[in-house]
Write a protein that binds this ligand. Sequence first.
Ligand SMILES: Cc1cc2nc3c(=O)[nH]c(=O)nc-3n(C[C@H](O)[C@H](O)[C@H](O)COP(=O)(O)OP(=O)(O)OC[C@H]3O[C@@H](n4cnc5c(N)ncnc54)[C@H](O)[C@@H]3O)c2cc1C
Length: 531
Amino acid sequence: MTPDDLAHLIAGLHGLADDHPDLATMRAIFEQAERFSRDVLEPAGKLADAQGARIEDGRVKLPPGQRVSWAGYIEGGWAEISAPEEFGGQGLPLTVAAGAQMLFDASDVALGMLALNQRCAIRLLRNVASPEQQALWIPRLVSCEWAATICISEPDAGSDVGRIRTRAVPGPEGSWRLTGQKCWISYGDHDLSPNVLHLILARTPDAAPGTRGLTLFLLPDTRADGTRNGIEVMRIEEKMGLHASPTCVLAFEDAEAEALCPEGRGMASMFEMIVGMRLGVGGQGSALANRAAEVAWTYAASRAQGGRPDSPPVLIHQHADVRRLLLEARLSAVGATLLTLQAAAWAQAGDWGDTQAAARAAVMLPVVKTFAAEAAFDAANHAMQVLGAAGYTREWPVERIMRDSRVFSIFEGTTAIQALDLTLRQLLGAGAQAAQDVLACLGTAPEVRARLASVLEQVRQTPRQAQEQAALPLLRLFGLACVDGLLRRAATTKAGAALLTWHEAGLSAKLEALAAATAWTDTAALYAAIA
Ligand SMILES: Cc1cc2nc3c(=O)[nH]c(=O)nc-3n(C[C@H](O)[C@H](O)[C@H](O)COP(=O)(O)OP(=O)(O)OC[C@H]3O[C@@H](n4cnc5c(N)ncnc54)[C@H](O)[C@@H]3O)c2cc1C
């Protein structure tokens, strides 16, 4: 995606503020971001993926190139781009920050995990912390003097967050002491910052079971006097992708922390961060989908194979199947990008007090996260097919995109969890009106809205078990309806119009297949028959 394309896509979104940066300003920002991404992040990211992170003397050592990349990121002012001005940020809207981050993630999504933690922690603290806590922590995160993590997962609490066991007991002068284990923590420890602030969920004494008993704490890994808090890095995971992003298992023993919310309000508070994280995964997926599509388009325009044996071979983009692969990859990449940026626009309006926009963003988040995650992996798969054997080698970036993107459907809530959230809480629950509002604002075609409405009505009449089974096809159906409206809004350019035509060519078949997939089948009986 070029800086110009990105600026145009944002300019066409619904609900931008009157003082949103104009096309020329956005283009200039994105051109600068693209230069940094190409010249610094791309070579360093490739090397860092090969080297990986490691543990030395009980602490995480990042691949050396990441230090240079992170320094350049800070120096370029990218960390502070959307942070509030009163804390030293530039106060630019989330749309612009998300667009720039997509350009960075396209080159080094592993380092993007650190940037995402940082931005979401600032958002969380701004929305839930006390003024004193904000004044102490936010400027240091904005300047990247310190780093942050999101610390939810535990061995027995993955999707089932309510089973968190980490215990918090009161300490002196209103402080708390935390003991327990957290796992899968991205950048849970590293050598880019002298202090890592863990935003961590734990259970207070006599708390209710489930998520209602959780409280959110801020736990620095270095105390105010410079000594190390009660934290041990037990190991980092050997992963399929994101090799340069250390995924840590952390043990906490009587570690000093302070509460960020009243007891039992942890989950609601953490949701402020989760909004940013899901938008962030949308951006990561969009970035890698666009990158995969671009690599495939460039390759297909130079690789010659096939044609009459008595003539020179033809370029492979002349073959119908290669064109199908290229169009599908581009369509899903642009769809994911539009969904993510639109949700960012509404989330931003929500932060500035527009409650309707906030409700629309809440409906879109599970769709953004899932659609973009799948777009990245599918586009990488399509790109690998276009590149043939070359795509299967480390010489080309496609295999790395495939490895890095697979996790997008797993972390920040798996696809199944997103689908249940959208279907039960939004489409069939309190968000039903906001969902209608989304499609009306986007200008989704009437026949698509009608098909979705009839499927929803059918699912509404079925028992809960059948609704759960219908959740994923319903999410995909709703996502397709959102993309339909967004593509219509973006069809003013030649490329946009061509993608809309390709979308329309497959639309009715996709709608019918998804509608059919929402029908109830008794999987329990089938499973029992083979188990
Ligand atoms: C690279 C990486 C980085 C991560 N970074 C962080 C981080 O920084 N901080 C953090 O806190 N966590 C992090 N995680 C953890 C991540 O959020 C969890 O892996 C994720 O929430 C899923 O939990 P799980 O792996 O235990 O899977 P499980 O919850 O065990 O799920 C396994 C399968 O069962 C399904 N399933 C589970 N429950 C239900 C249900 N109720 N209904 C339907 N299906 C269900 C799931 O969809 C999935 O298919 C990271 C993970 C990875 C791989």
